[in-house]
Design a protein around this ligand. Sequence first.
Ligand SMILES: [Zn+2]
Length: 354
Amino acid sequence: MEFCCTNCFFDEWLIGHIKIYGKRVNKCDFCGDKNNFAININEFEGLISPIVGLYTAITNFYPMELLKEGDHSNDMIWDKLTNDWGIFNTPDIAENILSAIYQDDPREGTFYDFMNDAVAIEEEWSIEHYTIGNLWNEFCVEIKHQNRFNPKSFNKEMINLIISANIETILTGNKFYRARIQRDKKPYKLNEMGAPAKDLAIYGRINPQGIPYLYLSENEETSISEIRPNILDKVNLAIFELEKDIKVIDLRNLNIGSPFRWGDNLKEIYLNQAFLNDFSATVSKPINFKTSYLEYLPTQFVSEYIKNRGFDGIIYPSSVCTGYNIALFNEEKCKCISVKKVDISTINYKFSTS
Ligand SMILES: [Zn+2]
């Protein structure tokens, strides 16, 4: 029986697991390290197989022209597990361990084609190139045209697991910014810079009509960019200070941590992480009131779900500036401490030709 040791790996969860459940061996069969904790490769197979199972040989699903072009020599399973997931210390060690597990399988007729060809995650490929298998698209269609209040394509269990790994606490005293274009001669007062009144709250990407949230930004530049002012517009810029700690879900770089944490749920977690990344990208887009309100239902639904899990808001990237935005479901945890007038002097336009 061959043993692989903690020094073969980079993944912290796995290293911890081997230290607890492994045993000391004189010499690792793969990296040669001496007197280290190790587990036998049969046991390791049980841990790694849900991750390996995400991948399929690209010969099984890539169109022929794509197989011919492009260099796939660094897309072998050992490259993916080392470079994309940070499981092994080097692709060479990964190749040796995976070969020991899968290459010489005694079960007759078993052919592990992922060991001989470049690999990819088929669902990821589908999501990029078609709409099949894209959870976010399926959910959007369902909530707009089939089930509005209890959509079946929304996987609460998986979403709960992912959001609970991406909670951020922001402490009392932190400051955020909100800009409004000044419509009257007089600048807005402090109490006019908060969320709109309930009967005046029009819908946004995050709030439904009639349910106002407070949209804030990380810095002045982001808050001004978000309202897309024209040149010569007068902008009022308010500073809000947190009066209580808040617990929010950070949608930037959603993290699922070590793939080993999820066991057989990994594939579902992976696909639902893609779902939340699509949610985040959609929330970040500027709103266009010429579009039907139906377009905004999917992001409003997910936002409300997060609110009802007891969180104070969500952090999402700005699509018009480098800073981030924060939508607070309840504005009572912060107060407006100042407003100043800003004149817009220059606007940078970025464009692409089509
Ligand atoms: Zn080793």
